[in-house]
Structure formats: C-alpha cells, structure tokens
Design a protein around this ligand. Structure first.
Ligand SMILES: Cc1cc2nc3c(=O)[nH]c(=O)nc-3n(C[C@H](O)[C@H](O)[C@H](O)COP(=O)(O)OP(=O)(O)OC[C@H]3O[C@@H](n4cnc5c(N)ncnc54)[C@H](O)[C@@H]3O)c2cc1C
Ligand code: SF4
Ligand code: SF4
Length: 340
C-alpha cells in the first residue's frame, strides 16, 4: 500500500486544527512543496499542490511520517530518565532564562568539537520577532540565551538548510516537545527520506512547554496595543502561572493567563507532552530553585554531553529537584488535552 501523503496530513492534521507548527513537514518535503504563510495565527502549513507521491506516484510520504500529531500522543509525565539535577552555567549568560544550563551544555559541546551546529529559535531584540537559526559559535549562542514563548516559527525548517545545504553531520536541536517528537520520528523512521536527518542529529535538548503564543497576537496585539508595552522595552518574558513581562527599566508587568487565551496557538490544545519525553536531555524552570535549570538527563548520549560540560567547568550540578510539581503540571496537561 502506498504511504500516506500530504493529502492525508491535510485532512488529519492541517484541517482539524491539530498542527503544532513545528515545521517538520516543511523541512522534509523533498519537493519543497510545503510552506508556512506569514501573518497572525497561521494555523497550519499549505501545499503548492505538487506531491511526488500524489502527483507522480513516486514513493515518498516523508511529511506524514515525520508529523508529531499523527498517531498516538505521548502520555507520560516525567518519562524515562537516568538522572535529575538542578543545574547552572558557571559563567555569565546575560539573557539566560533559568540557570543558563542549556547554553552551558551546548557552548561546551561546540568548543569541544562534539557538535558542529545547533538548530534553535532566536529573536530580534528590537521587535522580539522569532526566527529559526543555525548557530556554530559558542559566543553567538551565549548572546542568544533565553526562551521564546511566542515562537510559532517552523523551527525545523532551519534543519533542512543545516542538513541539505550546509551538510552538517553533528547537529544539536533545541526544541519544545512537539519539535522533539518530530525529531524522534526522524531518528527512528525507516523512511529513506528521513534518514539523512536522523543520522545528522547528534543531540536533542527539549524545553518544558505548557503552550506557546502567536507572535502577532501576543507581542503586537496584547502587549503593545492593550498594555502599551513596546517590544524593544521588554527584556524578558516568563510564564509562572501568569505572564511576567520584565522591562529594561527594571519594572515588571503582570498579565493574567486568562487574558492570553486568544493568543495561544490552537494546536497546543492537542498537546499532551510537558517535559519533552523523547529528548536526550529535557530542561525547565519548574522543580528547581530560581536561578537554576531542572535537567532531566534521559539517555547515555545526553549524559555524555552533561558530563563533558561539568568536566570542563562550564556547568555545575546539584541534587534536590522536586519532581512533584513537574508531575502535577504534566498530569494536568495530559488530562486537559487528551480528551479531544
Ligand atoms: C515556549 C516555551 C514554553 C516553556 N514553558 C515552560 C514551562 O511551562 N515550565 C517550565 O518549567 N519551563 C518552561 N520552558 C523552559 C524554560 O523557559 C527554559 O527554557 C529552561 O528552563 C532552560 O533554561 P536555561 O536557562 O537553561 O536556558 P538558556 O541557557 O536560556 O538557553 C535556552 C536556549 O533555548 C533556545 N530557545 C529558546 N526558545 C526556544 C524555542 N521556542 N524553541 C527552540 N529553542 C528555543 C535559545 O536559543 C537558547 O539557546 C519553556 C520554554 C519555552 C521556549
Ligand atoms: S505538526 Fe509539524 S509536521 Fe505536523 S503538520 Fe504541523 S508543522 Fe507539519
Ligand atoms: S504546547 Fe505542545 S504543541 Fe504547543 S508549542 Fe508546546 S510542545 Fe508544541
């Protein structure tokens, strides 16, 4: 039987509002036929109508095989792991979100030659507009620390450039859980078109995620129009049961989450994975004291990268992660979003 193609993806994911916006289908389409429009709340990609399989009957199915919204959804809270740790960078990371541990692990990996590129999301410091990037230098990585809550940029679209154009062989990907699920499919799939991606990805770091916000709806709409906060005035956003907006002048504005309901990406309402259970290392704020990052070290690969950062005095680890609030939040997410 022919593999499922973009028409199946369209009817099962794009047209049902389940798309997370991870961009994996855009990345792996060998005909470059799938893309995202720019604009507010673009819910799913679109096709230009050409499909190797549907149009020319040539075996493909890459877009369907990679999509994290197809098939069974993760339903674990913490997932499998080797170790939990409260972690922080031992050097200054100016814009770090929690303890700067993600930056420390990856900066060390670049400096030690363990990886040659990182695919992640950065933002323009003037407009806060997110974009997916490839980073190859640790000093650039350090300047790009911090979390982008209003990411809807198809993160994994940058992966195509990294694998196909730049031909990097040892790539680290940082992503929220939906992106991590797509990368896991690339690593495990027997679809020949996904294998070059799977083989090039050396490390996957997953960021905890309850939901994300649409850039235009949150930054240009809610914060700029309703709260009179210009993007360039904002130093940092943090979500802790409410949205905290820290300005460069040191003041903080609190926005209740109830007010942000219309800014949440629709596809997030189908997501049951808080802790990125399919990553090598997961990282979050919850479960550790302020100024440190909770690390869930899941695989021997992940442990190797953490150990190297510790040995090179880039990262410090301490025990004491409180797993209870993580499990509680993860269970609530599963319960809320798996009914659909
Ligand atoms: C959308 C989103 C929602 C989150 N929700 C929660 C939550 O509910 N609870 C919780 O405990 N933690 C949450 N986190 C994780 C938390 O904000 C921190 O990212 C985590 O604790 C790591 O902190 P750090 O200081 O070690 O990372 P840093 O050293 O600051 O490094 C972060 C790295 O992540 C990259 N990055 C930032 N945003 C993205 C993105 N959207 N996609 C891919 N890469 C990105 C940056 O480029 C940077 O390299 C969320 C993160 C994001 C992006
Ligand atoms: S969830 Fe990701 S792979 Fe699936 S349709 Fe949306 S962008 Fe494509
Ligand atoms: S809540 Fe889920 S679908 Fe939404 S951005 Fe986070 S990981 Fe992706």
């Amino acid at each position: 039987m022919a593999a499922k193609n973009y028409l199946d993806l369209k009817s099962e994911v794009w047209d049902t509002g389940k798309c997370s916006g991870c961009g994996a289908c855009v990345a792996v389409c060998p005909a470059d036929a799938i893309s995202f429009d720019e604009g507010e709340m673009v819910l799913a990609p679109k096709s230009n109508g050409y499909c190797k399989q549907a149009t020319d009957s040539v075996s493909c199915g890459a877009c369907y095989a990679v999509c994290p919204r197809v098939g069974e959804q993760p339903a674990e809270t913490l997932g499998k792991y080797l170790e939990l740790a409260c972690a922080k960078s031992t050097f200054e990371v100016p814009h770090k979100q929690s303890g700067g541990a993600v930056t420390a692990i990856l900066a060390n990996a670049l400096d030690q030659g363990l990886i040659d590129a990182i695919v992640t999301v950065t933002e323009d410091r003037w407009t806060l507009k997110p974009s997916s990037v490839i980073i190859t230098k640790s000093d650039v990585l350090v300047q790009q620390a911090g979390s982008r809550y209003s990411w809807w940029v198809p993160l994994l679209a940058a992966l195509k450039y990294a694998v196909v154009e730049r031909k990097f062989k040892r790539i680290a990907v940082i992503g929220v859980p939906c992106a991590v699920q797509a990368v896991a499919r690339m690593r495990e799939s027997d679809n020949d078109l996904l294998k070059p991606y799977g083989q090039a990805i050396r490390l996957v770091i997953g960021l905890f995620c309850t939901e994300t916000f649409d850039y235009t709806a949150l930054i240009q709409g809610k914060l700029r129009t309703d709260y009179k906060l210009e993007p360039h005035e904002i130093k940092k956003l943090d979500v802790k049961g409410k949205l905290e907006v820290l300005k460069h002048d040191g003041t903080t504005t609190i926005v209740p989450l109830a007010e942000l309901e219309t800014c949440i990406r629709k596809g997030c309402h189908y997501c049951t994975d808080l802790t990125a259970v399919l990553s090598d290392i997961s990282a979050g704020a919850i479960g550790s004291p302020a100024g440190t990052t909770t690390l869930i070290i899941r695989t021997p690969t992940g442990k190797g990268f953490v150990d190297s950062a510790v040995e090179n005095h880039k990262l410090s680890l301490a025990p004491g992660v409180d797993a209870a609030p993580i499990e509680k939040l993860a269970s609530a997410k599963i319960k809320k979003n798996s009914k659909k």
